[in-house]
Design a protein. Structure first.
Length: 131
């Protein structure tokens, strides 16, 4: 596996409104650039949810609210049905009220094939603003 450093950022998928907590430093706010991995194409694709049992009911409610909107359903379906991309969504108590996207992966041909969105366990799971 080859590792590279990404020098430009981008948003993969809007999952949480963290604007109310703009002054709180999240686990994603560091002085280091994210690490990029070059890997073989993922064996599984679509969306993989990694949520501990104690957060599953809240996450399921949030997901139901998200896909009840045209925007949210389109975004969810886009990633869920993509046979060439793996989006991992996880809830991590170490991230508190923060959220972020990391673990960007590309295949050996330079195609963007995956990312992980981590949501802090204290974040309000509400219907995100459609931007």
């Amino acid at each position: 596996m080859r590792t590279f450093v990404l020098t430009a950022g981008f948003l993969v998928f809007v999952l949480a409104d963290v604007g109310a907590h703009a002054n709180a430093r999240s686990a994603f706010e560091t002085d280091q650039l994210p690490v990029i991995e070059i890997v073989d194409p993922p064996a599984d694709t679509g969306i993989r949810i990694e949520v501990a049992e104690k957060y599953k009911a809240r996450f399921a409610k949030w997901q139901a609210e998200l896909v009840s909107t045209d925007f949210g359903r389109a975004q969810w379906d886009r990633y869920a049905t993509n046979r060439h991309f793996l989006l991992v969504i996880k809830v991590d108590p170490d991230h508190g009220m923060g959220a972020g996207t990391d673990k960007f992966t590309w295949d050996t041909n330079g195609k963007f094939i995956g990312a992980t969105i981590t949501i802090g366990s204290e974040i309000a799971f509400t219907n995100p603003a459609p931007w």
